[in-house]
Design a protein. Structure first.
Length: 290
């Protein structure tokens, strides 16, 4: 074997090595560019929100949607490009939407498709937005922080962040949707004078309506929103007396604040009027009377 043949074989081997390494290098570059592009999109949407002066909650919701869609699109495109570099799919497949869905279905990601479809309807129907307090499946309670096509993220009372796949959302309660009714139940012992109790609770209602007037739901009928005493709704010896109800309609985000202020005022006014709050009682049977 002459020198030219040896050099030819060496060059052929080097070319084979380069051909084997090239897809890996290209893949790394593609992934780096994809992550940079995703970060750029997130940075851009953040700056747009800072510059605009529209509804903050809606802007955060739109940002969450744009970031989510952009991230999925960019990463899907990057993965398809990497697969084409290794010769697993044709490059023409990258440019066809059918190719993306075929790839997803081929990978058996039925749950992912379900998450996307359900996420689309959640966003399209505006069932919730970033900043809303929600209950999902009667199990997860928290403030919505992110809404994506695949999952929704909420922050619960302990500040734990929960990610719930959209496909698993069966029931959704939105406590911040337009208006919220505050219902406060008060148990008063049977021995207390009913007229005095009514006066005390109506005084509580009047104080709340006056002091927190700006937090009541004032669209439409004004009287509809104001707090009022609904009267006695039940008798229950085990609960310690008669059950009274106070109710009113407020702007959703003030729901728990107003409820807590009502409880405080009830304690204060009842103390001033020497009225007692009911509590569960245990009755013992007297053996001598048997």
């Amino acid at each position: 074997m002459n020198l030219d043949n040896i050099k030819g074989l060496q060059k052929l081997n080097i070319d084979k090595i380069n051909l084997g390494i090239r897809p890996f290098i290209s893949s790394i570059i593609i992934l780096i560019l994809a992550f940079i592009l995703i970060k750029l999109v997130m940075f851009s949407t953040k700056k747009v929100i800072e510059l605009t002066k529209f509804n903050e909650q809606r802007e955060k919701t739109v940002k969450s949607i744009i970031d989510s869609v952009a991230a999925y699109f960019i990463m899907t495109f990057a993965i398809l490009t990497i697969m084409s570099e290794f010769g697993l799919i044709k490059k023409a497949t990258i440019l066809t939407g059918a190719g993306i869905f075929t790839l997803i279905a081929g990978l058996g990601a039925q749950n992912l498709i379900k998450d996307f479809i359900n996420g689309f309807f959640l966003l399209f129907e505006r069932q919730m937005k970033v900043g809303d307090f929600v209950a999902i499946n009667e199990k997860y309670f928290g403030t919505v922080e992110e809404i994506g096509l695949r999952a929704t993220a909420i922050r619960d009372w302990s500040l734990t962040k929960l990610y719930i796949p959209n496909g698993e959302i069966k029931t959704l309660k939105n406590y911040y949707k337009e208006k919220s009714r505050v219902i406060v139940q008060v148990i008063v012992p049977f021995e207390e004078d009913h007229t005095e109790v009514e006066k005390a609770l109506k005084e509580v209602c009047a104080m709340i309506n006056e002091k927190y007037e700006d937090r009541l739901y004032r669209i439409g009928n004004t009287n509809y929103s104001e707090f009022d005493l609904m009267g006695v709704i039940s008798f229950n010896g085990m609960e310690g007396g008669a059950k009274y109800i106070i109710t009113g309609v407020v702007i959703p985000r003030h729901r728990w604040f107003i409820r807590n202020r009502i409880y405080e005022e009830i304690l204060r006014i009842f103390s001033q009027r020497n009225l007692k709050i009911g509590y569960p009682r245990v009755w013992f049977k007297d053996k001598e009377t048997e």
